[in-house]
Design a protein around this ligand. Sequence first.
Ligand code: AMP
Length: 189
Amino acid sequence: MIKNIAVFCGSNTGKNPAYKEKAEALGTYLAKNKIGLVFGGGKVGLMGIIADAVLKNNGRAVGVMPDHLFQREVGHKGLTEFKIVKSMHERKALIEQESDAFIAMPGGMGTLDEIAEIFTWSQLNLHRKPFGFYNVDGYFDKLLGFFKHMVNERFLHQQHFDRMCIADEPQGLIEKLKIFDHGSVDKWL
Ligand code: AMP
């Protein structure tokens, strides 16, 4: 049962206005479907947009932020819950514990780092939770192409590649997360 979803996304809004629009659409969808948002806690970029959309629709938004980032990422003061941690590592660990599934939407290196860690922990069976990409306007196409290259070059299992839930709209993505099957593939090829 998916009660809380972590969304990793940019601390900037990006160039394409679709990123902002689709962040709003996802936040609204989560709130209307009584799914809580877990995220980095910032008011900046797509993070702030999605949190505001959740709150505007009477949803639940939980932020997790290291104290040293509170000023720079402008800690969101209107959240349902705000958890202050000591480091980036603690942030990622707590976000993982608090969430039943994970989504990356357009963002930069921070977003990539966060979803890559969730992917690698899944490969090592450190969790068995669903995860995927909200592929707004094909933003992740090149990255997914590179992951396919990893499979072709025998650094990544096809079955691990297939674990990624990918969609460009909220409902399809959440439906995929709900029917996710972790399976039982060993990391080593
Ligand atoms: P970005 O996608 O680079 O805009 O960053 C998105 C979010 O990821 C921001 O809240 C960053 O603070 C966060 N972030 C960046 N690097 C890390 C990291 N190593 N561990 C946890 N969060 C991170």
